[in-house]
Design a protein around this ligand. Structure first.
Ligand code: NAD
Length: 700
């Protein structure tokens, strides 16, 4: 009858609607589906007397994937009225389903995210397959959107404002079925092959089911602002949100909060209209477009690389320090046997203790099995048969050469040789091995078990096959790769260096430290710039500078770092004192000495300039990386900058930031020149940017 929804009516009068878009691997809320949904509802209405109930399910691996991001990623502000209208149309259809006068059950056989959960919430009863791979939730907020097909309104009416916001809407959590049951998003779990039978049983037992929100006197759990106790707590919501966002310009959480609270004070239809307006505003705005591009399309492109080559089975991790210990853990978790080597067995054993500690906090993982895969050692002979080597010893070329020389003839003859260096050129390190074509950079980020990015670095001699195998490692570890060509600091370390450098320069110019911190947070950086440097340690920043030797361009920030370390004894958090004061290792307040020694009362840097100096410094450096061939794609720049070095997510990544700047590339060029005139030639737009601006192109 329709293309995307199959209709099967059984002898008891139960209609099973099976969503199965023939054009795609997953069902989405595209135009064909919406049109088919309308046809199906017309038929349900017409044949109502012969129908005892309805079951909605899917023939795909997932139940329903969500909105049509191709379309959502291309909407402009002048389409707000259309977006509102289509959101209301869809809500009208789902409303017809829930007011059909027959029990409707969602048999959730696979992940129900976004639009999928909205369809399920319009059903009277939800049964999910008891399968730990299934995810249920509203990830819209992570794309700068809100669930605009009734998702906000129904979640709030189902769970109450506070629960809906905290467990479902504001953070975009993806719940496993057991958690979805616990939070009240679904009513029961069942083995996959019993879903339909259970749904039919529920229909038989509840022939007159209706949506509770329509029942007169239905009360929203936890109350509404009409009640004094609730109203008294209301101001805490926006305050908490602001605190959590640290002033970063994310519009979606604000709109979700507003739609949720305002919706409780009106009838269902008006609440839908309010939700529709807040949705249209987000969907036609720039930030949702940026986030959809980065977190969906660019991410998909980055993850699509690498073949499904045979998995690595035995890895040698050289160095059991902070990085090596954590790399050993993620490899063991992914099923590899790990030989964790340090200079002594005791040091290697200490490295293994990291896994013990992490696993103690994760009772749902098979700790014993994972730990049994990690063997601490100090003997190179133990590395026989390893098909993968990941080196993470001190950042010292001579030492790195030495440890590779020690093991290269012991491991498997075709073992992939990787270094986790964050700054040393891969080609320089490859000089130390006989099989340079098998040598590649595998740059992890700290903390390794949480950070999703791995920067894969192709040295001058690295073969395509080795690169492909390195991408296989990243895939095996379920992380996201970006691929860059060799250069000092590669892409990520080089670009983040301009961010920290700009923070330091402002401090050296005399800008007040609290303003610098606020500017970075309000620009959307996850960590304030001085706080970040304390974590990295000022000693490390100095080491990097010294390693550059003559290639380093001196700046007034160099002296500032030297004074912090040598004169004031404040090398950063691990040394107990840095730009901040620390009590028991916890960051306290900014060190008052910063005001005394560095702040100049007459310095005048506008707040917006502070924010844009940091954002532009990183963007301009990324353009240079692209121009020099260090970066191989724009998607890598965007994904790598957000996932690896904390470039603000709302921008869509470091090159999308340039694209979307007011006035596009010409606007960005003009502003770069302004910043260059005021703050220094490092802001002069590079040739590639000028050429692209002139040709009317974007970074794509
Ligand atoms: P770390 O100082 O914590 O650990 C280095 C370890 O190497 C120590 O345990 C040391 O005993 C061991 N080691 C020294 N000589 C050895 C030898 N001959 N054989 C085996 N082990 C030996 O350092 P880290 O922070 O883990 O950094 C390691 C590497 O990872 C460096 O190249 C660094 O640039 C890179 N890296 C660090 C970070 C970070 O955030 N710390 C991030 C990405 C990459």
């Amino acid at each position: 009858m329709t293309d995307t929804i199959r209709w099967d009516r059984d002898a008891d009068g139960v209609v099973v609607l099976t969503i199965d878009d023939p054009a795609r691997s997953a069902n989405t809320m595209n135009a064909a589906f919406v049109a088919d949904l309308e046809t199906v509802l017309d038929r349900l209405t017409a044949e109502r007397d012969d129908i005892t109930g309805v079951i909605v399910t899917s023939a795909k691996k997932t139940f329903f994937a969500g909105g049509d991001l191709d379309r959502l990623g291309s909407l402009g502000p002048d389409q707000a009225a259309d977006v509102y209208a289509s959101s209301m149309h869809l809500k009208g259809l789902l409303r017809r389903l829930e007011t059909l006068g027959r029990p409707v059950v969602a048999a959730i056989n696979g992940s129900a995210l976004g639009g999928g959960l909205e369809i399920a919430l319009a059903c009277h009863h939800r049964i999910a397959a008891d399968d730990g791979r299934i995810e249920i939730g509203f990830p819209e907020v992570t794309l700068g959107l809100l669930p605009g097909a009734g998702g906000v309104v129904r979640t709030v009416r189902l769970l109450g404002v506070a629960q809906a916001l905290l467990t479902v809407l504001l953070r975009g959590q993806r719940h496993r079925p057991a958690a979805a049951l616990e939070h009240g998003l679904v009513h029961e779990l069942a083995p996959r092959d019993e879903l339909l039978a259970r749904a039919k049983a529920w229909i038989a037992a509840n022939p007159t089911a209706v949506q509770p929100y329509d029942v007169k006197g239905y009360r929203i759990p936890g109350g509404t602002p009409a009640q004094a106790s609730f109203a008294a707590n209301l101001p805490a919501f926006p305050a908490t949100l602001r605190k959590e966002l640290k002033g970063a310009p994310y519009p979606a959480p604000r709109n979700i909060l507003a739609a949720a609270v305002e919706g409780t004070q009106v009838d269902l239809d008006t609440a839908f209209a309010i939700e529709g307006r807040y949705f249209a505003e987000l969907a036609t705005g720039q930030i949702a477009k940026n986030m959809i591009k980065a977190f969906f399309f660019d991410l998909q492109q980055a993850n699509a690389r690498g073949t499904n080559a045979a998995p690595f089975t035995k890895v040698a991790v050289l160095g059991a320090g902070m990085m090596g210990a954590a790399i050993a853990y993620v490899c063991a978790k992914a099923g590899m046997r790990v030989l964790l080597k340090d200079v002594t067995v005791e040091a290697a054993e200490r490295g293994k203790q990291y896994s013990v500690k992490v696993l103690a906090k994760k009772p749902f993982l098979p700790a014993e099995e994972i730990l049994a895969r990690i063997t601490p050692t100090a003997d190179p002979a133990d590395l026989a048969g390893c098909d993968l080597v990941i080196e993470a010893v001190f950042e010292d070329p001579a030492l790195k050469h030495k440890v590779f020389a020690e093991i290269q003839d012991v491991v498997a003859p075709d073992a992939l040789l990787c270094s986790n260096t964050s700054t040393l050129p891969i080609s320089l390190l490859a000089d130390g091995v006989t099989r340079q074509q098998d040598f590649v950079g595998l740059h992890f980020f700290s903390p390794v078990d949480k950070m999703p990015l791995v920067e894969v670095i192709k040295g001058a001699a690295t073969s395509d096959a080795a690169l492909d195998r390195a991408l296989g490692v990243v895939r095996q570890l379920k992380k996201t790769p970006i691929v860059v060509n060799d250069s000092r600091g590669f892409f990520t370390s080089r670009v983040i260096g301009t961010f920290t450098g700009e923070g330091l320069l402002m401090l050296a110019e005399g800008v007040a430290a609290p303003s610098i911190e606020q500017a970075s947070l309000q620009a959307g950086y996850p960590a304030a710039v001085l706080a970040l440097m304390d974590e990295l340690t000022l000693t490390l920043l100095r080491k990097i500078r010294l390693a550059y030797g003559d290639a380093w361009t001196p700046t007034p920030a160099d002296a500032l770092i030297d004074r912090m370390i040598d004169e004031f004894g404040r090398p950063g958090r691990s040394g107990g004192a840095g730009f901040y004061e620390y009590t028991d290792g916890k960051r306290d307040r900014l060190w008052p000495g910063l005001r005394e020694h560095f702040a100049k009362p007459d310095v005048d840097v506008p707040f917006v300039d502070m924010q844009e100096r940091m954002l532009f410094a990183e963007a301009l450096e990324s353009v240079k990386c692209l121009d020099e061939g260090v970066l191989t794609s724009v998607a890598d720049a965007n994904v790598g900058s957000i996932l690896g070095i904390g470039f603000p997510g709302w921008t869509g990544g470091v090159l999308q930031y340039v694209n979307q700047y007011q006035g596009g590339l010409p606007g960005f060029v003009a502003r770069s020149r302004e910043l260059a005139a005021r703050y220094g030639s490092r802001f002069e737009p590079p040739a590639l940017l000028l050429a692209k601006a002139e040709r009317g192109e974007q970074f794509s």
